[in-house]
Design a protein around this ligand. Structure first.
Ligand SMILES: *Cc1c(COP(=O)(O)O)cnc(C)c1O
Length: 332
């Protein structure tokens, strides 16, 4: 795939590691080998998947002459933390619109990403109710800032547009190169599916390089049908941007919604089990909202014999561990 046509900053320092997880593999059992790709170790304050997308989104902002970034997310948003972090690095102002998706859960004094917004010097935070049209609020904010002489640029929730998804199309290629170098035959890839840029980018990249490894998304919100449509639509847009000639089939997009629980960011027992298991077998920190629920899906799929015996399964760890500190009571 050719990424040279797009503005791109270089935030990555080479490939993120792919490792075998022997103790976790033994603990889960059922003859499935678990591997992990460590996107939790990406650069940017406290790591995580948004850095790959922001290489493209922030480069686009800079090319358009922006001096200010506006973005949005949930109240404990890793995306907001990383967008702020890279804005600081690039000398851009950063304003956040935070959606209180679960009523009454916003606490100005909360730990986790919320604490880091302040530490990283956010310019402003506006809290809006769950279900608010976030793009409309960001556009209003942009108008206000323009009147103050600023040049704002809006990055959508999760940086999940076709620009941001390029980062995960590039990740598919990076992953395949690593697997070839390791001569590691992976049968299945498991990833979280939230605002969909990660999943859509990986699908696009996979088709773009003829990778032929099934990818399953584990939903952290929404139903299977809604999420698959969202991922598919974004994958088509991303493929068009990259001029990919291979076609993306609707059936390439597979999501499971059994692990969401009561809703986005609401803890589940299987998430707690997964977070503890990864920590206590491999010393790897997951998070309560994304990677914890995704790992819960992975563990359940292994136990339910979803994979063939002896299969090699790669889990994409997208980061998020700062949110653990906002959920300490859940794990005690
Ligand atoms: C944003 C996020 C995801 C989901 O990625 P999307 O591209 O929004 O689907 C997964 N894990 C973590 C830790 C995240 O912050």
């Amino acid at each position: 795939m050719n990424f040279t046509k797009f503005p791109r900053r270089q935030y990555l320092q080479g490939e993120t590691p792919i490792e075998f997880l022997p103790s976790l593999t033994r603990a889960i059992g059922n003859d499935v080998n678990i591997y992990i790709k460590r996107d939790d170790l990406l650069p940017g304050s406290a790591g995580g998947n948004k850095t790959r997308k922001l290489e493209f989104c922030i480069a686009d902002a800079l090319e358009k002459g922006a001096d200010t970034i506006i973005t949005c997310g949930a109240i404990q948003s890793n995306h907001c933390r990383l967008t702020l972090s890279w804005s600081v690095k690039e000398n851009l102002d950063c304003h956040l619109i935070l959606e209180e998706r679960v009523a009454g859960t916003y606490n100005k004094e909360a730990s986790g990403n919320n604490f880091l917004y302040q530490l990283l010097g956010v310019k402003s935070i506006e809290i809006v109710e769950g279900g608010t049209d976030l793009m409309a609020v960001m556009e209003e904010k942009a108008e206000v800032l323009k009147k103050e002489g600023k040049a704002p640029y809006i990055i959508p929730v999760g940086a999940s547009n076709a620009i941001g998804a390029l980062g995960y199309a590039a990740c598919a290629e990076e992953t395949m190169n690593q697997l070839n170098n390791m001569h590691l035959d992976i049968d299945h890839i498991i990833i979280p599916s939230g605002s969909a840029g990660t999943h859509a980018g990986m699908i696009t990249g996979m088709v773009g390089i003829n990778m032929n490894i099934p990818i399953t998304g584990i939903n952290v919100s929404q139903s299977k049908e809604e999420k698959e449509e969202k991922v598919y639509k974004l994958a088509l847009e991303t493929a068009e941007k990259l001029n990919i000639t291979g076609s993306i089939a609707r059936s390439d997009v597979v999501c499971f919604d059994e692990y969401v629980g009561e809703g986005y960011s609401i803890p589940t027992d299987s998430m707690v089990e997964a977070v503890k298991l990864f920590a206590r077998t491999e010393g790897i920190l997951l998070d309560p909202v994304y990677s914890g629920k995704t790992a819960a899906g992975l563990i359940d799929l292994v136990r339910r014999n979803h994979f063939t015996k002896g299969a090699n399964v790669l889990f994409l760890h997208t980061g998020g561990s700062p949110a653990l500190y906002a959920y300490m009571d859940t794990f005690r």
